[in-house]
Design a protein around this ligand. Sequence first.
Ligand code: GDP
Length: 195
Amino acid sequence: MSSWKTSLLCTAFEPRQFPPEGFPEIAIAGRSNVGKSSLLNALIGQKTAHVSSKPGKTRSINFFRVETEIPFHLVDLPGYGFASRSKTEQEVWKRLIERYLVNRESLALIVHLVDFRHGLLKNDRELQDWVSSMEIPMLTVFTKIDKIARGKRKGELVKYVKSGLKSIDMPILTSAEDKTGIDELRGFFGSYLAE
Ligand code: GDP
């Protein structure tokens, strides 16, 4: 599980650029600046995903092909909730994501990234409600846990779970910085796809 062979399959700005259906897909969603590119880089084990210097600038959906025992696509959804983004831009974001989420037969799982320091903010809850109304399985994964002292992590997690986050399994705590939870997340993907 320690290394994945990965390649960028395609970058889609509109639905007709999505690759053909077939391989199971695991899509990663989260607010801008949540640490999505960093986590993708940690998962992929190379600098395939671009770590943005400007939060929220990514507008495309990136499809990565991952060669594991069960090959699958890792799908990088554009981040949401970037404060200075206009209403129109937010609408464009929503339309692209919606076209992907609503119609994608191959979509097996959405991984929702949430910053462990902040928990679920208003637009995170909106995304969770939206995804669950479409009955798409979703796993919550916390990012940047290195920023919270070890002794406080369990208490925070319990608090977040009690506050009603939606997740098909116990949320996984990760850090792209010290690589906590990366192998656990890979392992989760492997067993989920094998089910
Ligand atoms: P994205 O906008 O969601 O793709 O977020 P990025 O991956 O670009 O990360 C946003 C900022 O958070 C960058 O300054 C990263 O260095 C930082 N960051 C990302 N992951 C971690 C983490 O696990 N720990 C810490 N301490 N910082 C992180």
